[in-house]
Ligand binder design. Structure first.
Ligand code: SF4
Length: 239
C-alpha cells in the first residue's frame, strides 16, 4: 500500500502537472471532480495535456450561475474531453423544497447542510462509486477548513479512497496566471470579486482583504464553510 504521507512529502513543491501525472500513474482510474471554478478549469487543462486524461465529472446542483454553464460549454469545446454531469435525485429535491421552501438554506445551518447533502454530497458519492481516488482543486490558502489538507490523503468521507489536491500549495495568483497564460476558459465572475464560486444563491463577491471563501455561505461562521464534499476527521472543522 502506498504511504500517502511519504508521497505527499516527496512531491511537495512539484508543479501541479507533475503531481497530477504521478497520481494518475499510481491510480489511473482516479476521477477529477470539476466545480468549474478557477482551480478546476486549470486542472482540466493540465489533465488534457496527459496521454491518458482522468475521468472528469461535474456536480450540477441545479442552482449554478448561468456563467458557470457557459464555462462548462467552453471547456467541452476547447478540450473535447468527455465531462460527465451528475444531478441530484429529483425526488429528494422535490421533497426538500416542498417541506422547506426554495431558499431554506438561509434558515438554519441544518437546512443548509441538508440542501448540500441532497444537491452535492449524494451526487458526489455516486460519481465516486468504484473510484480508487479523486482529484480536487483544493488549495490551502482558501481558508481555515483547508489549512491541514495534504497533497495525498485518505478520504474517510468517501470510504477511505485517496484524495489528491495537486494545487494545494498554489496561491490564487498562481492559478490565475496559468489560466491567463494558457487561455483556459474561466468564469467571468472571478473578475467581479468572486474568488470562489458555488451555487448562485450561496455565493457573493468578497471585499478586498477578505478570505477567499468569505463569499460562500457568508451568513455562517468561517469554520462551517464547507458543503460536506471535503469533510475532515476533525469534528470541529466540518459538518
Ligand atoms: Fe444548496 Fe446552497 Fe449547498 Fe447549493 S451551496 S447545495 S444551494 S445550500
Amino acid at each position: 500500500m502506498t504511504d500517502l504521507e511519504t508521497l505527499s512529502r516527496r512531491l511537495e513543491g512539484q508543479p501541479p502537472g507533475a503531481v497530477l501525472a504521478a497520481a494518475l500513474d499510481l491510480w489511473p482510474e482516479a476521477a477529477l471532480a470539476c466545480s468549474l471554478g478557477l482551480e478546476d478549469v486549470a486542472l482540466v487543462h493540465l489533465a488534457s495535456q496527459l496521454a491518458r486524461p482522468p475521468r472528469i465529472f461535474v456536480l450540477d446542483t441545479g442552482r449554478l450561475h448561468p456563467e458557470t454553464y457557459d464555462v462548462l460549454a467552453a471547456l467541452r469545446r476547447r478540450y473535447g474531453l468527455p465531462i460527465q454531469l451528475y444531478f441530484p435525485e429529483a425526488r429528494a429535491v422535490e421533497a426538500f423544497v416542498d417541506a422547506n421552501g426554495p431558499n431554506a438554506f438561509r434558515d438554519s445551518l441544518e437546512l443548509r447542510r441538508a440542501c448540500c447533502r441532497i444537491r452535492k454530497v449524494e451526487p458526489l458519492a455516486r460519481a465516486l462509486a468504484g473510484a480508487p481516488a479523486w482529484i480536487t482543486g483544493l488549495r490551502r490558502a482558501q481558508g481555515p477548513t483547508r489549512e491541514a489538507s495534504r497533497l495525498f490523503e485518505a478520504d474517510p468521507a468517501h470510504g477511505g479512497i485517496v484524495k489528491i489536491s495537486p494545487l494545494l500549495d498554489w496561491s490564487l495568483a498562481q492559478v490565475r496566471a496559468l489560466v491567463a497564460e494558457q487561455h483556459i476558459p474561466y468564469n467571468p465572475l472571478h473578475d467581479q470579486g468572486y474568488p470562489s464560486i458555488g451555487c448562485a444563491p450561496c455565493t457573493r463577491a468578497v471585499a478586498e482583504g477578505e478570505d477567499e471563501r468569505a463569499g460562500r455561505w457568508w451568513w455562517e461562521n468561517p469554520e462551517h464553510k464547507e458543503c460536506g464534499l471535503h469533510r475532515r476527521p476533525n469534528p470541529g472543522a466540518q459538518p
